[in-house]
Design a binder for this molecule. Structure first.
Ligand SMILES: [Zn+2]
Length: 300
């Protein structure tokens, strides 16, 4: 062995452990970084801090975490008690004249044990907030489902108590009485002062045998700061449609080329076909470029 070789050997012996050490340190740092990244992404250890701050900033808003169909979570704002302001009145007047393609999915006559939870599951999966025109008499029977609608960010609107035309349309005052009766039931169930300020006349707000009573009732509602809304598209799930396909067709046909659409559907106990038709209706609306809204965007 010549002197140079000896020197090289010496260098190798000296340098190799240093190099290895460097490699080990770099590998350890990378692994540590990956572990930290993993914890941050999947466990969100600092999430509660942000939440506390939000609550401090705005205590009229509660934030609830909603698990979507898969494992991701998102946050929704739920206004505790919407207020019907002059701005809201203006927006309400122009509901069918929006700039962007807008759709309001509305469900009447619930909540029901059989259909409403299925619709809620689907809306959650699709991340869509809808509007439920509930009946006081049905809310009394299914308080937990009403609570769920509210907690998941849907708008709770009022469809009266009885849905019996002869009774709700006996006088204009009877309409307001049914509104208030239902509203008190909602307040008791939710344990808040919630008032949606929004009514839908059973059978629609105009025409028919009770047209004049309905007209007088409109004035009475207005005096009490309550809006009312009908619809400009419908699935016909309450009357004619006997198949899922018919419901989808009726909905598409009545939407037509409208830019802003309020779709009438039902979530009463016998409306399973509405639920079955809903995924295709939603897919169609998305395809057509509609943005889903509920009445929190008007009555804020
Ligand atoms: Zn109805």
């Amino acid at each position: 062995m010549i002197k140079g070789d000896k020197k090289m050997m010496y260098d190798l012996i000296e340098v190799t452990p240093k190099k290895n050490m460097k490699k080990i340190i770099i590998t350890a740092v990378i692994i540590l970084a990956l572990i930290v990244l993993f914890i941050v992404i999947f466990f969100k250890p600092f999430k509660h801090l942000g939440k506390q701050q939000n609550n401090m900033v705005d205590n009229t808003t509660i934030k609830s975490e909603v698990a979507t169909g898969n494992k991701t979570k998102h946050t929704v704002n739920v206004n505790m008690n919407p207020v019907y302001t002059d701005v809201g009145k203006e927006l309400m007047k122009n509901i069918y004249h929006s700039e962007e393609k807008t759709v309001y999915l509305t469900f009447d006559d619930g909540p029901s044990k059989t259909v409403t939870p299925l619709i809620l599951d689907l809306l959650k999966q699709e991340n869509i907030k809808a509007t439920f025109f509930i009946l006081g008499s049905r809310a009394e029977l299914n308080p937990e489902i009403l609570k769920r609608e509210y907690e998941e960010g849907h708008y709770i609107a009022n469809h009266g108590y009885s849905h019996i035309y002869g009774s709700i349309y006996s006088t204009p005052q009877a309409v307001l009485d049914e509104y208030n009766k239902t509203q008190n039931i909602v307040k008791n169930i939710l344990g808040t002062d919630y008032d949606g300020h929004l009514f839908r006349f059973p059978g629609g707000s105009s025409g028919g045998k009770y047209a004049s009573i309905k007209n007088e009732a409109k004035t009475l509602l207005e005096q009490n700061n309550i809006a009312y809304i009908d619809w400009n598209a419908l699935s016909n799930d309450a009357a004619g449609a006997k198949t899922k396909e018919a419901i989808i067709e009726n909905t598409k046909n009545t939407i037509g080329n409208k830019k802003s659409v309020v779709i009438l559907m039902h979530d009463a106990g016998d409306k399973i076909l509405t639920y079955e038709a809903l995924p295709e209706i939603i897919a169609y609306l998305r395809e057509q470029g509609y943005k889903f809204k509920n009445f929190y965007s008007i009555i804020k």
